[in-house]
Design a protein around this ligand. Structure first.
Ligand SMILES: Nc1nc2c(c(=O)[nH]1)N[C@H]1C(S)=C(S)[C@@H](COP(=O)(O)O)O[C@H]1N2
Ligand SMILES: [Mo]
Length: 320
């Protein structure tokens, strides 16, 4: 349950929360960031088929001002040209390659420990919930960060819709598996498809958000269209993109990164500046849109909302 008296640590002056991404000049910004040459790539929002998106009418979604950021919004053109999506490549410049993701049809299977397993098309699912827009921080385990105006609905609403049985302890999310539209999935170095998971208590937390849009329109493909997670208090790899299967399970799911390298990427992956990654410090982060390096905050600044979820648990595993 939400404790409304908890201090919302990220709440800030309204002036910071203006949608500056709508006005900033792209070329000027990229030049200022010094990444003009490498990112002169995809003009977001003009992706093939964007005009025909049958969910476009759902945006812009009502803004929920309870969720703000204090260091400005990362302009869309920066965000949309710096992505992590291993299905489309191992560097950050996958925006062009990701346009071969085919998002229709997009049947989503909801199963495991539920009253009645079902398959529902994304276009139908997204209309079952009122959408809202929230400004969220995103902190990648690689020590860069950004802020995004995500649109979507609480994961808790999906859980209610799915009607899990009482022995469900975790939710396991799975991405599509189709090497013909995602060349990265031809690589046998990774145990495709991408998988991630959360506990039922984490799923019920107000911050856990299923994202269907960003920057006031349906999700661009490189952001993980048509639907992805946002868990802003955890390292970015927990926020799985392009979800195709949602299973309620009794056993703790093993994510793709944990499967590859359990000594570096754990299940909890809560942001903590005091617990270094085995190969680098997590004390600071580079903000994509300012180029500044700022101190990282415990739980990425969302401790007032989520710290109670982890009381009494072994702290040695919570932050990796
Ligand atoms: N399916 C899938 N989801 C994924 C990833 C991925 O490679 N494949 N990368 C993760 C990582 S490490 C990060 S930091 C975020 C990046 O999201 P963004 O590209 O929207 O910034 O997506 C996460 N979700
Ligand atoms: Mo990441």
């Amino acid at each position: 349950m939400v404790n409304v008296h908890r201090r919302r640590s990220w709440e800030i002056a309204e002036s910071f929360a203006t949608p500056e991404y709508a006005f900033l000049n792209r070329r000027a910004l990229l030049a200022a960031m010094g990444i003009g040459a490498m990112a002169a790539a995809v003009a977001p929002g003009r992706a093939r088929g964007a005009e025909a998106d049958p969910t476009a009418d759902l945006y812009p979604a009502r803004k929920n001002d309870a969720y703000g950021v204090d260091n400005g919004i990362t302009p869309e053109n920066i965000n949309a040209n710096y992505n992590n999506f291993y299905e489309y490549g191992t560097d950050k410049y996958i925006a062009t390659a990701a346009q071969s993701l085919v998002v229709r049809p997009w049947p989503i299977e909801i199963g495991g420990l539920v009253e009645k397993p079902l398959t529902i098309e994304f276009d139908e699912l997204v209309r079952r919930f009122p959408l809202e827009t929230r400004l969220y921080r995103h902190r990648c385990v690689e020590a860069w960060s950004m802020t995004i105006p995500w649109s979507g609905f609480p994961l808790a609403s999906l859980v209610e819709f799915a009607r899990p049985l009482s022995d469900a302890k975790f939710i396991r999310f799975e991405t599509f598996l189709d090497p013909s539209m995602a060349p990265g999935q031809n690589s046998f170095l990774y145990p495709w498809p991408y998988v991630e998971g959360v506990t039922m208590a984490e799923a019920a937390n107000e911050l856990a958000f299923l994202v269907t849009g960003a920057y006031d329109k349906p999700l661009l493909k490189q952001f993980g269209a048509p639907i992805r997670l946002a868990l802003p208090w955890k390292y970015g790899f927990k926020s799985i993109k392009s979800i195709r299967r949602i299973d309620f399970v009794a056993e703790r799911p093993v994510g793709l990164w944990e499967a590859i390298q359990p000594s570096e990427y754990g299940f909890w992956a809560n942001v903590n500046p005091d617990v270094p990654h085995p190969r680098w410090s997590q004390a600071r982060e580079r903000v994509l849109h300012t180029g500044e390096t700022i101190p990282t905050r415990i739980f990425n600044g969302y401790g007032a909302q989520v710290a109670h979820l982890y009381e009494g648990l072994d702290p040695s595993s919570l932050f990796m």
